[in-house]
Design a protein around this ligand. Structure first.
Ligand code: MN
Length: 416
């Protein structure tokens, strides 16, 4: 029985410009800009080390359809290394790298196969002269593909094992554009053995077997939202049995670290708490970019609520080195702490504080929404509207909660 293996990766986004880095210094800027390339090179190394038969890329190789020169050169060099080792690459283009207007500046190494645009194409993969797999795939002809491509995939039976390569939003995954939308049922109906998906920027296995349907997510997180381990799948096929292993590839890990201040009495407790939290991520990647969120109710709240303290703390955190990483950068410090107040007791107190708490509680309820909207309208209906994003559900209640804390601080704060 012939066995073979491949690596499934997607959403490389080579050439990501990394905006919104705050005041991060030149060294970190360069490190982040370089990170997607390093992650891609790790995939190439893994292909060679694991001795896979081919690499499958399910869309968004480049971050932009302009496909900057640096990204193209690094991509081609990586594929050339695979070609030297006799490893083929099968590529479907997605919504970021659609079309090939400028993609033809270089000739591609032998064994690099692009799926055609707008129609499902097929490649037969041979190992020692024998066909071991058929790869079906489609590339985006333009950026906003709303067609259901999944329905055009069908197992032909020309190989014992069929892989579908598609950049698509399966089942309307929230938070992602609804490109080439399809349902899980559409994918199952094609009777393939493995669906190599791209587009969703997190590891997501929609079906464990018969067929395997999976998104590996990007090999490198690109924004503060893309937290957690990032990597690719090593897929090993023996007969009709498929086993899938997630291999981490990120150069820089992105995390949001939430710390509860409740048990802490002094600022130095916060430092040791942060150190401990960061150590739990050690070893997942070389570098860490973390956003720290402080929550909970406690003695430290008052100190933390002052903007100067927040700024100084962030500065102090940034100056520290943390064990287990070659480097840690704290891109933001978010204070969501509450004062040490017994809100229940205050509510019962029949004081102005109780009235204040009641008024705010009403705002967070459904009936309060029009009042909030009316209060915000002068700001959001103004000429600045296009620069401002209206706070959405969660953000709005977060704002109201913060207003409650500020109000309580003002009403109950000791005079000093
Ligand atoms: Mn993408």
């Amino acid at each position: 029985m012939t066995s073979f293996s491949f690596i499934h990766a997607a959403d490389l986004h080579l050439g990501t410009p990394f905006k919104n880095l705050g005041e991060c210094d030149v060294k970190w800027r360069e490190r982040l800009r370089e990170a997607p390339f390093r992650a891609f090179e790790r995939i190439i190394r893994l292909c060679i080390e694991k001795g896979v038969d081919f690499l499958v890329l399910a869309g968004d190789v480049y971050d932009s359809s302009e496909q900057n020169l640096r990204a193209q050169v690094r991509f081609r060099d990586g594929l050339a290394r695979l070609a030297q080792h006799g490893i083929k690459t099968y590529i479907a283009k997605g919504n970021h790298d659609y079309g090939d207007a400028t993609g033809a500046r270089f000739s591609w190494p032998d064994g690099v196969c692009f799926f055609p645009e707008g129609q499902v194409g097929s490649f037969l993969h041979r190992k020692n002269g024998e066909v071991v797999a058929e790869l079906l795939g489609i590339s985006y002809p333009d950026q906003n593909t709303t067609q259901n491509y999944a329905r055009s995939f069908r197992k032909s039976g020309r190989a014992n094992y069929t892989i579908g390569v598609l950049h698509s939003n399966v089942g309307g995954q929230p938070g992602y554009d609804n490109y080439a939308p399809c349902s899980l049922a559409d994918l199952r109906a094609a009777s393939l053995d493995y669906w190599a998906l791209g587009h969703v920027h997190r590891k997501l296995v929609l079906s464990q077997m018969d067929p395997v349907i999976a998104y590996p997510g990007p090999p490198q997180g690109r924004s503060a939202r893309e937290t957690g381990p990032k990597g690719c799948f090593l897929v090993e096929v023996i007969g009709t049995k498929t086993s899938c292993t997630f291999l981490p590839t990120a150069e820089v890990l992105r995390e949001t670290i939430s710390l509860d201040i409740t048990p802490w009495e002094k600022l130095e407790d916060l430092f040791s708490g942060l150190e401990e939290a960061i150590e739990t991520y050690a070893g997942s990647a070389g570098y860490l970019v973390a956003r720290v969120e402080l929550t909970g109710r406690g003695l430290l709240h008052k100190e933390l609520a002052a903007e100067e303290t927040r700024a100084e703390l962030l500065e102090e955190f940034r100056g520290r080195s943390f064990r287990g990483f070659r480097g840690v950068y704290l891109d933001d410090l978010v204070i969501r702490t509450d004062p040490e107040i017994d809100k229940e007791a205050e509510r019962r107190s029949q004081t102005i504080t109780a009235d204040f708490l009641r008024a705010l509680a009403e705002l967070t309820e459904e009936e309060g929404a029009p009042q909030v909207a009316a209060a915000l309208s002068s700001l959001y209906d103004s000429k600045y509207r296009r620069y401002l994003e209206l706070p959405r559900g969660g953000e709005l209640s977060e704002l109201i909660r913060a207003a409650e804390n500020t109000g309580l601080d003002l009403l109950l704060g000791e005079e000093d």
